[in-house]
Each structure stands twice: as structure tokens, then as C-alpha cells.
Design a protein around this ligand. Structure first.
Ligand code: NAD
Ligand code: DAU
Length: 354
């Protein structure tokens, strides 16, 4: 079959990537979606079981850092668009092992940029290189009522955010130097189905289910701005098709929560759905040593995206959290399969020094 577009999505077996792959495969049957993923501990093909046999979908297991393989893929599939999500994504891991973050997030992005430049050979019409980044590159907001805009200066504090900031700079440099048609978006914290249970929300749902301690970093007063992952995927679809080349768009839902308040909502919801006495799992809350360099507050101003492209989140937070908790409780086998083996060992190591 001849496809109208051949789109390379990197990191498609991960949390956000799997939602983006699913949306594109289902919505655009005339696009060929090539999912390139190394299948690290965070990559899981079970996230895509429902679409894996679709005629417009191809999975390729490869490392974005392997330039020759990436270049061959560009040529073999005549790639004309890239949506780049592959990354090491967990801040705590970056504190333990910064090298892997620099390697994947910086060198891997550079490898993709160079492959696009070489393969497209200055014929950039109808091409697009879309890099998915994070609000963490902007640093921390210490004053209430302030927001990150697209003009906020970069001020990363963790090895993770430093590596993402560096990759963003490389993407923009490839536009400014070679004319590569790039777009960057910086999004706030995502939540929803298929998130690896090292991240706050699925970790806590799983721990409540097993009645294990809920490790709250510091005093639990850090603020994060939460967006339902499907709304992020919808924004990516819109920006990939309608966003302006060389632009940056912030993505977020104006939905800030102090960690401890969010944790109490999760406890209440899981207790109710599992038939535990209301709020009884609050006794599992355990304050632990704070994350090193823990950013106090993130909050995204996504008005540019709303005003220029008309995007708005579709789901209210209460609805999204209810749906998310239900999903994890209905997919306990998915959770159990990935919370064993390698992850289990890593998780023990994480807390051995606390
Ligand atoms: P994730 O950790 O769930 O998934 C990352 C995916 O990338 C995995 O499938 C993994 O196998 C793959 N990968 C890792 N290294 C690779 C390599 N060298 N080559 C090929 N594939 C590799 O991450 P996520 O939470 O889905 O985040 C996806 C992207 O979105 C990342 O770039 C992240 O920085 C960004 N982001 C995430 C959030 C969030 O809240 N999760 C918010 C804003 C931006
Ligand atoms: O803001 C976007 C970023 O959101 C993404 O770029 C990252 O890839 C993603 O992992 C996420 O980063 P955070 O560090 O904000 O997410 P995490 O779920 O790890 O933590 C959320 C908050 O909860 C943070 O303030 C730390 C705290 N926390 C986290 C864990 C795992 C705890 O208190 N206890 C925990 O066990």
C-alpha cells in the first residue's frame, strides 16, 4: 500500500509515546507509522497490543543513539515526519545515573537530527521534525501566580532537565544553522494509563493496592501541573499538523496540585474503589528524604497554544483521576508484570540509602 506520509515516532512503546502511536495509527490509516523504540525498562509493547496488527503500523527495535541504523531507517521508510519522544524520563534515575541521560537524551536527539538533515538533504518542503520536551527545562517557580511561558529562560536543575534542555537547544540549532523544519513543545506532568509505576501517581496506586508505604519526598509541598495524557497526545497531533516551523508551544492544563493534596485524592479514590474504609490508607503516607535539587513548583501558561491553534484540555481533573485509578485497578496484571525483575531490583536500590 502507498501511504501519503511516513512518520517516525520514537519512544512509542513508552507512556506518552504509546498514546501518540495509538492516536495516529487509528486516526490516519493513510499514514505509515514507524515506531522506533529500544525497549528499555520503560518501553513495553503490551502498551500497544490493540494496534500492533494494524496495516499502517511498523515496530522497529533500535537505539536512537545508533546513527547508522537511524539513517538507514529514514531511507528505508522514506521518513518525512518525526515525532521524537524517546528519552530517559525519570528524574530520580537521572540523579543516580546522569550519563545514560546525556547519552540518550542529548546524543540520541543529535543522532536523529543529523539523520533527518542527511536524508532530507536540504529538501525540507513538507518535512517536519517535532521534538517533545518538558516544562522542567524552565526550572522552578517560587512565586505563586507566576507561570512558565515560551519566553521563560531555561534554568534546569536536575540531570534529566539539563539533558532535555540541551536536546531542545540542539533542535533549535539545527533549524537556525541548517534550516531543518523543527518544532519544540514543553509539556507539564502527564498522568493516565500506561505510565511506568516509578512515577508518583501509578506508584502510589500500586502501593495502596499492596498496602505498602507511600514515600512522600520532603514535606509534600512541591507543586506539579497535571495534564491527562490523551490531551497531550491530541495537542501533539494538532501541533504536528498545524504548528508553525521554528516555534515553541507550551502544553498544560492550568491544573496545579500540591503533592500531598494530590496524594490524598489518590488515597481516597483507591480506598473507595477497593472497598477499604474511606481514607484508611492515609496511614501509609511516609515522609522520606527530599529529592536532591527538588524543584518547588511548575505551572504552564498554555495560552499561546489555545489562542493560535485552539487547543484546550478535554477532561476535567476529577474525571481524569477517577478514570486513571480505575484503569490501573482493572489492569493489575499489566502492573504486576512490570513491577518485577529488573525494576524491582532498581526500586530496592533507590531506597537503600534513605
Ligand atoms: P517513558 O520513560 O515512559 O518512555 C520512554 C520511551 O523511550 C520508552 O519506550 C523507552 O524504551 C524509549 N527509549 C529510551 N531510550 C531509548 C533509546 N536510546 N532509543 C530508543 N528508544 C528509547 O517516557 P514518557 O513519560 O512517555 O515521556 C516521553 C517523552 O515526553 C520524553 O521525551 C519526556 O521527556 C517527555 N515528557 C514527559 C512528560 C511526563 O509527564 N511523562 C511530560 C513532558 C514531557
Ligand atoms: O513536568 C514534566 C515532568 O514530569 C516530565 O518531564 C518527567 O519526565 C516526568 O517524570 C515528571 O517529572 P516529576 O519529577 O515531576 O514526576 P514524578 O512523578 O517523579 O514526581 C512528581 C512529584 O512527586 C515530584 O514533586 C516528586 C514527588 N514524588 C515522586 C515520587 C516518585 C514523591 O513525593 N514521591 C515519590 O515516590
Amino acid at each position: 500500500m502507498k501511504f501519503v506520509r511516513n512518520i517516525l515516532i520514537t519512544g512509542g512503546a513508552g507512556f506518552i509515546g504509546s498514546h501518540v502511536v495509538r492516536l495516529f495509527v487509528n486516526k490516519y490509516p493513510d499514514y505509515h507509522i514507524i515506531n522506533l523504540d529500544k525497549l528499555t525498562y520503560a518501553g513495553n509493547l503490551a502498551n500497544l497490543e490493540d494496534i500492533e496488527d494494524s496495516p499502517n503500523y511498523t515496530f522497529v527495535k533500535a537505539d536512537i543513539c545508533d546513527f547508522d541504523t537511524v539513517l538507514n531507517l529514514f531511507k528505508e521508510y522514506a521518513i518525512d515526519g518525526v515525532i521524537h519522544l524517546a528519552a530517559e524520563s525519570h528524574v530520580d534515575r537521572s540523579i543516580k545515573d546522569p550519563f545514560t541521560f546525556a547519552q540518550t537524551n542529548v546524543m540520541g536527539t543529535l543522532s536523529l537530527l543529523q539523520a533527518a538533515k542527511v536524508c532530507w538533504d536540504d529538501h525540507f518542503e513538507d518535512k517536519r521534525f517535532y521534538h517533545i520536551s518538558t516544562d522542567e527545562v524552565y526550572g522552578s517557580l517560587n512565586q505563586e501566580g507566576t507561570f512558565f511561558t515560551e519566553k521563560t529562560s531555561y534554568d534546569p536543575h536536575s540531570p534529566y532537565s539539563a539533558s532535555k534542555a540541551s536536546s531542545d537547544h540542539f533542535v533549535r540549532a539545527f533549524h537556525d544553522t541548517y534550516g531543518l523544519p523543527t518544532i519544540v513543545t514543553n509539556c507539564s506532568n502527564n498522568y493516565g494509563p500506561y505510565q511506568f509505576p516509578e512515577k508518583l501517581i501509578p506508584l502510589f496506586i500500586n502501593n495502596i493496592r499492596h498496602q505498602k508505604p507511600l514515600p512522600v519526598y520532603g514535606k509534600g509541598l512541591n507543586v506539579r501541573d497535571w495534564l491527562y495524557v490523551v490531551d497531550h497526545a491530541r495537542a501533539i497531533d494538532l501541533i504536528f499538523h498545524k504548528g508553525k516551523i521554528a516555534e515553541t508551544y507550551n502544553i498544560g492544563g492550568f491544573n496545579e496540585w500540591k503533592n500531598i493534596d494530590l496524594i490524598k485524592i489518590i488515597v481516597k479514590t483507591v480506598d473507595r474503589l477497593l472497598g477499604f474504609a474511606p481514607g484508611s490508607s492515609e496511614r501509609l503516607i511516609t515522609y522520606v528524604t527530599d529529592r536532591a535539587g527538588h524543584d518547588l513548583r511548575y505551572a504552564i501558561d498554555s495560552n499561546k497554544l489555545k489562542n493560535e491553534l485552539g487547543w484546550e484540555p478535554s477532561l476535567q481533573f476529577e474525571e481524569g483521576i477517577e478514570e486513571t485509578v480505575r484503569w490501573y485497578l482493572e489492569h493489575q496484571e499489566w502492573m504486576d508484570r512490570i513491577t518485577s525483575g529488573e525494576y524491582e531490583n532498581y526500586y530496592k536500590g533507590m531506597y537503600s540509602n534513605r
